[in-house]
Design a protein around this ligand. Structure first.
Ligand code: HEC
Length: 149
């Protein structure tokens, strides 16, 4: 009896997850942390584990929100960053990669640059506060730029 109820619930959650993955980020902004906790990924794994869905959404977020300043390749050369002082840094800089912790990267993304002693021009992304897997996936994107030449 319980088993049936559970698999129905999981099925409904998977459907929800598939819909939100296609729905873009706009409608996600108002969703509560409860919705994030109930996401299909959250049901099976630790909340900050990077699922394929989170990775995909993070890539979409990076190209729509972040690349304008940080550049599509993370070189800090996006048009929105050109007039800023300091400029967004080059993520391929391994000395910077070594100097920063995963936590600082994640906090800069959610709370903005000022929260971690960087430029306030780095905007906060409060809607991601309830989406640790997506934040972790964005952090991974930042880290992976540092592994490329
Ligand atoms: C309006 C331009 C702008 C946008 C949009 C933007 N950033 Fe930034 N970002 C900056 C600037 C400027 C800095 C600060 C550089 C400094 O203080 O050295 C920064 C810093 C950071 C840092 C801290 C790294 C460091 O410099 O130590 C991370 C991580 C980061 N951004 C990730 C992102 C992600 C991910 C997004 C998209 C969700 C994003 N940023 C969107 C401009 C921007």
């Amino acid at each position: 009896m319980n088993g049936t109820t559970r698999s129905l619930a999981v099925g409904a959650l998977l459907t929800l997850g598939a819909l939100s993955a296609c729905g873009g980020s706009k409608t996600d902004a108002g969703r509560s942390s409860q919705a994030a906790a109930e996401s299909p990924s959250g049901a099976a794994v630790a909340s900050a584990e990077i699922t394929p869905e989170a990775h995909q959404q993070a890539q979409q977020i990076f190209s729509t929100r972040c690349a304008v300043c940080h550049g599509a390749e993370g070189r800090g050369d996006g048009p929105g960053g050109a007039g800023l002082d300091p400029r967004p840094r080059n993520y391929h800089d391994t000395a910077w990669q070594d100097s920063v912790t995963d936590k600082e990267i994640e906090q800069a993304i959610v709370y903005g640059g000022a929260a971690v002693g960087r430029s306030p021009a780095m905007v906060a992304n409060p809607d991601l506060g309830s989406k640790p897997a997506i934040v972790a996936a964005l952090r991974e994107i930042v880290r992976n730029f540092g592994k490329e030449k």
